[in-house]
Design a protein around this ligand. Sequence first.
Ligand SMILES: [Zn+2]
Length: 480
Amino acid sequence: MAKTTSWEIVMGLEVHVELATKTKIFCSCTTEFGGAPNTHCCPVCTGMPGVLPSLNKAVVEYATKAGLALNCEITRYNKFDRKNYFYPDLPKAYQISQLYLPICRNGGVEIEAEGGGKKIIGIHEIHMEEDAGKLVHDPWTDSTMVDYNRCGVPLIEIVSEPDFRSANEVIRYLEKLKAILQFIGVSDCKMQEGSLRADINLSVRPVGSDKFGTRTEMKNMNSFKAIARAINGESKRQIEVLEEGGEVKQETRRWDDNKDASFAMRSKEDAQDYKYFPEPDLIPIEISEETIEQTRNSLPELPEAKRQRYVSELGLSEYDAAQLTTSKYLVALFEQNLEAGYPAKELANWIMGEVMRMLSDSGKEPEDMTFDYSYLGSLIGMVQKNEITRNTAKKVFKAVFEEGCDPVRYVEEHNLKTVTDTGAVKAAIEEVVAANQKSVDEYRSGKEKALQYLIGQSMRALRGKADPQTVTAILKEILG
Ligand SMILES: [Zn+2]
């Protein structure tokens, strides 16, 4: 029996981002990641009776910045609401959030669409809220403990429109979001520490239909790879259910990346289940037009503008410019050395080549680069001055990347400088020629391959420290 329906995936994202303020949203406890359990807490963030929240002004500033960078309208009069639910990581039994008047609305981010071209992912709203604590499951004692350090860490929740049609589009949007938020300095967006996590609302429908199917939600996804697998896995599951004549249930599902499958957790709550009401302990927030304009003017150059400038002013390729501007840290590495006078093209080649390769080999993110960024420039400088060969430079960069070595010192200590004494180079090549009469004869009878062999032998004799062009020239001269 042939199945003829082809399906379209429809997704919307809710992205939670921890803001990089020094202190929590309603008390002065630190927001620092980690720490011994329950040491970053006070009566306010653990919800003791009789305490009152007082709003951290920086949270409003950061949320406004994020909203402007994501092309949102800022709600000049906005306020907090209580979202009531009982869960052990939420000691107050309610979360202070925004439902009725969120701080930002009607924004959008441009991404590359699945079939080519650009598309705008709409941002429905951004609201401010407090994070909950963390449950720690201990398999040894078969018990669950709770750590309230994260309670009250400020979050913004960025709610998109259901504009995604593929896992690729979701990843491109998240990459873009991450880059923008890092650039404007409102979050470190470290996904492995949970600073940026996404809830994915997913449904499927026959291609051509304009009605939405029933959606499921997968919560707290914090790795791009797992997100791509979860989207593929869950969409397949829903299509199978529908093709077998079943119905998709509206529910929250947990993606288990090890089992490569999602599991039902609970039936999905709607807004009314949370019994929202206006937060009585906090006054509404008013933001003046003047503050909004000041904030807008304080924004740094955003990744999209940088990308265009790298192409038009620095002559980088579209691809290189797009890749470089995915990360604040790659941009810093690039621009710091550009300012020091190193050529843009050469820097871009190094970053797109060796830096990216080392990052991918070590499974690291650009923010994990610990070496002094000026070392990349020093290394390029040594190649430009013919002090080391390109091949040597690649080897030295490995030590720079992995151990943070100063390349100039490393080259000195390991005696890696190019042999510039042509007398010494010539002597070494003459020895190679004398020891390889067969190859010399072959070359003279017209075999180009033999020359490559002799160059290789000469480079080996010189321990790679001679400039290959010089070696080739001298060799040809000797061979006549
Ligand atoms: Zn506190």
